[in-house]
Ligand binder design. Sequence first.
Ligand SMILES: NC(=O)C1=CN([C@@H]2O[C@H](COP(=O)(O)OP(=O)(O)OC[C@H]3O[C@@H](n4cnc5c(N)ncnc54)[C@H](OP(=O)(O)O)[C@@H]3O)[C@@H](O)[C@H]2O)C=CC1
Ligand SMILES: O=C([O-])CC(=O)C(=O)O
Length: 262
Amino acid sequence: MKIALIGNGAISQFVQKALADSDVALAALIVRSERLGSVDVSEGVKVVAAIQELASDVTHVVDCAGHAGLREHGAAALASGRDVITVSIGALADDVLLSELEGAARAGNSRLHLASGAIGGLDALRAARAGDLGTVRYVGRKPPAGWKGSRAEEVLDLSTQLTHPQIHFMGNARDAALAYPKNANVAAAVALAGVGFERTEVELVADPGTETNVHEIHAQGDFGSFTFTISGKTLPDNPRSSALAAMSVVAGILDASQPIGS
Ligand SMILES: NC(=O)C1=CN([C@@H]2O[C@H](COP(=O)(O)OP(=O)(O)OC[C@H]3O[C@@H](n4cnc5c(N)ncnc54)[C@H](OP(=O)(O)O)[C@@H]3O)[C@@H](O)[C@H]2O)C=CC1
Ligand SMILES: O=C([O-])CC(=O)C(=O)O
């Protein structure tokens, strides 16, 4: 299996290292055109700025770049017949992009796979919605540094030490995903697995009392109820992103390379 990765940031670099000893070959990195010529890659890896520059034997495109990467390259990759694995789930809160990607996947006879990202428990939500899934609430809690550069800074002063947890967003998953492109992809993943963008309740918290990214799902319905909590270590290169998000991309790629999926 030959893949191309979109982006060369914290998640992409984790994935590159994890795949180095696998049977999956990294054939290309897709970067912004202004980065061409300044990216260090292993021998044999092509650095390109567009899907059209990929060799024909590249079968999968893996988006590790965030919403802009999926928006720029997702439809072209799908239309070219390549499956796409994405970590940028929140981008799908944009209905125009969603239908563009659906159309491209149909035209290319390909598929967009959503990495599970920094959360677990999505399998239980997906099964639970076969019955009446009443309420789903997601709470995302990160240390103050994890919210730097996000909309939280319009509500909170993150340059001073917070003394207690501060909720900086309460609303539905669509508004969370669109307002926090680098921080609320989990809200979108929960919404897509469960009751959808409008009905998923979201709370985002800057918490000086945590050193990890804590994600909680509270769901109840015909199936009963469940609470899922994960306390995720962050990637050394990006305090916003959980290591599990990068690991879920690796898992998605390795799963796609096997004859029997898990
Ligand atoms: N589903 C989930 O649970 C999670 C999802 N995420 C998503 O993953 C994204 C990436 O995370 P992370 O690796 O930590 O972030 P980084 O900021 O470390 O890396 C992002 C990389 O993507 C590149 N990039 C951005 N836009 C484009 C584009 N249009 N074309 C090519 N490359 C592009 C950036 O390049 P440049 O330097 O040129 O800007 C950079 O190399 C986050 O922004 C977030 O949306 C993150 C964590 C969890
Ligand atoms: O990495 C995390 O913990 C979650 C995250 O940023 C997101 O949901 O976008």
